[in-house]
Design a protein around this ligand. Structure first.
Ligand SMILES: CCCCCCCCCCCCC/C=C/[C@@H](O)[C@H](COP(=O)(O)O)NC(=O)CCCCCCCCCCCCCCC
Ligand SMILES: Nc1ncnc2c1ncn2[C@@H]1O[C@H](COP(=O)(O)OP(=O)(O)O)[C@@H](O)[C@H]1O
Ligand SMILES: [Ca+2]
Length: 546
């Protein structure tokens, strides 16, 4: 650092202490200069120095506070060091607290000379203007009814002040009905006016923004979404998520926390996280996109039941989860899938997707290098049934997790080692088993045990899959005690009476929305969108050494 060019360096005051403040191209550093009793002549630098990366500075602006104003108007009353230095500027920056939480901290530097103060503000802002990945204009959609219905308040109180400080212009739309945001993005919004779209709400609201934006881009480029093999055009606008929903899994899994201020700061510093999107078709007709969970059986039933209890807010999922667990339904069907290449790893390889993930980066560069010949070869293999695996059976749950699906209920998520941007999804098949076994499996989502380490669970990393409900070949009423060593908790006969497993069908939970078809074809679109996020950071960043 010593060898790096100093852009500006001054002796200033911070909280009555004299500090040397240096702005380097990438770092702002300040350290206290102590009066030394040993050295008669002057000052020595203390060991303690603080640093902030320039890319994590939110803003640098002139400080107007009462003490400074007083010092300027009554120069004779000066008795404190800060009053001898009446000009001041404040640096607002990202401070990491705990568990991936960020807050916006301020440090104010005082000086005697107005020119120096203004020079600092000008030079620092020039450096900030070189950071071209930062958004200047944002289109914000707020769902006032998501989660605990606090979307508007969260935005006004926690997010808007951060955007104002960073000098970001916003157009804010509070939605008036479901699909308002989706339709506005699809047809009305002038996307050229914005650097990004911000979604204030839960996973369902994110899904609206995703559909509006992706559909709009495909329409503008003449791409037919109904073609399952169509090469979709990636979105240039990034999406920011301010969590104000019930599960907030997309936010939690991409930044490690569901805190609105942290999200706002990731937007301000212009983070960029590419993300896979699954396209879901039924008989060649486009149905939906999904970025987190596509779940048939258990999670489909939980969602269907929970819609009746929306008034309960986020607790509706716990109630419906409990009821669905007791119902203990299972569903026949055939799952076919195209496994991913070995170079993207395996769902149980314990390699977590973290900020700057190598596997996701490798996927991106190999995608760029991909020559047309090998692409055609792949397409031919996919079109024939070569390379596809087929599994028939009775399932309690079929889950496709395109990302970990970490959320406050399960901080490691449905598939803890899934990747955000590797072009694959983890297909988890939970076969018919006893209640006790299924309970053990669910419980393992909340502790350190491996939830895939059960005889009735299998998991595959795939690029495409299909599902066909029903299974005429299997005996209609198989004995539930296939594995006598796993006794059932207790028979809940009243709940089972109306349930006929020969005809029963569940529905698909697609990022918190119910799909109206059960036979589906799913294909992962690698890195179709980008979020204002950076993935989960490995550890709290150590301070930059100076
Ligand atoms: C025994 C405790 C077991 C806890 C197991 C927790 C597993 C949680 C995995 C959650 C994955 C969530 C994936 C994300 C889905 C969201 O897209 C989607 C929409 O979110 P939004 O409302 O914010 O728009 N959310 C959901 O579909 C909600 C899924 C929530 C499932 C909660 C299940 C609770 C299960 C409780 C079982 C209790 C058994 C008790 C037996 C005595
Ligand atoms: N103004 C509105 N009125 C009613 N529903 C809305 C409105 N805006 C969005 N929605 C819908 O509310 C649903 C849930 O939103 P979401 O923000 O995900 O909250 P939650 O996490 O509580 O489910 C979504 O399906 C979304 O389309
Ligand atoms: Ca993925």
């Amino acid at each position: 650092m010593e060898n790096q060019d100093k852009i500006i360096c001054s002796e200033l005051f911070q909280k009555q202490r004299k500090v040397e403040v240096v702005l380097y191209p990438a770092v702002l550093a300040w350290k206290e200069i102590e009066k030394s009793s040993k050295r008669s002549s002057g000052t020595s630098e203390s060991e303690h120095s603080q640093t902030v990366k320039v890319c994590e500075i939110v803003a640098v602006h002139k400080t107007e506070d009462e003490a400074d104003a007083q010092a300027r108007s009554h120069p004779k009353k000066i008795n404190q060091p800060s009053q001898q230095y009446p000009y001041a500027f404040t640096v607002s920056y990202v401070r990491r607290t705990r568990q991936h939480l960020w807050c916006c901290a301020d440090v104010t530097f005082h000086c005697a000379d107005q020119q120096i103060c203004e020079q600092w503000i000008q030079v620092a802002n020039e450096q900030l203007s070189l950071l071209t990945n930062r958004p200047k204009n944002l289109l914000v959609y707020i769902n006032p009814y998501g989660g605990k219905r606090r979307g508007e308040r969260i935005y006004e109180q926690k997010v808007a002040p951060v955007f104002r400080r960073a000098g970001i212009f916003t157009d804010v739309i509070v939605t008036e009905r479901a699909n308002h945001a989706r339709d506005h993005l699809k047809t009305e919004a002038n996307l050229d006016d914005y650097d990004g779209v911000v979604c204030v709400g839960g996973d369902g609201m994110f899904s609206e923004i995703l559909h509006g934006l992706v559909t709009r881009i495909q329409t503008d480029h003449g791409v037919d979404q109904n073609q399952p093999d169509a090469e979709l055009v990636p979105c240039s606008l990034r999406i920011g998520i301010i969590p104000a929903g019930s599960t907030d899994c997309i936010c939690f899994a991409t930044q490690g926390t569901n805190d609105p201020v942290t999200s706002a700061l990731h937007i301000v510093v212009g983070d960029s996280q590419p993300m896979d999107v699954c396209s879901v078709h039924h008989n060649g007709v486009f149905l939906k996109y999904s970025v987190s969970l596509l779940g048939y059986g258990f999670y489909g039933d939980v969602l269907t039941d929970s819609e009746r209890n929306r008034w309960l807010g986020p607790a509706r999922y716990d109630l419906s989860g409990f009821k669905t667990f007791l119902s203990h339904n299972y569903y026949g069907g055939t799952v076919s899938f195209l496994p991913a290449d070995d170079n993207v790893g395996h769902p149980r390889d314990k390699l977590q997707c973290r900020s700057g993930c190598r596997i996701c980066q490798h996927k991106h560069s190999s995608k760029d290098e991909h020559d047309e010949a090998s692409e055609e070869k792949e397409k031919a293999a996919e079109d024939s049934d070569r390379g596809w695996s087929v599994i028939h059976g009775k399932f309690i749950a079929i889950n496709s997790a395109s990302m970990s699906c970490a959320c406050p209920r399960s901080p490691k998520g449905l598939s803890p080692f899934a990747h955000l941007a590797d072009g694959t999804t983890d297909l988890i098949l939970v076969r018919k088993c006893s209640r006790l076994d299924f309970f053990r499996h669910l419980l393992r989502h909340t502790n350190n045990d491996d939830q895939f380490d059960h005889w009735f669970v299998e998991v595959h990393r795939v690029r495409k899959f299909r599902f066909q409900p029903g299974h005429p070949d299997l005996a209609p009423l198989e004995d539930a005690s296939e594995h006598p060593e796993s006794p059932d908790l207790s028979p809940i006969s009243s709940l089972q009476e109306t349930y006929d497993d020969r005809t029963a069908e569940s529905s698909w939970n697609c990022d918190g929305e119910i799909l109206h078809h059960t036979a589906i074809q799913v294909s992962v679109q690698c890195q179709l969108i980008r979020l204002f996020a950076r993935g989960i950071e490995e550890q709290q960043d150590a301070e930059v050494a100076v």
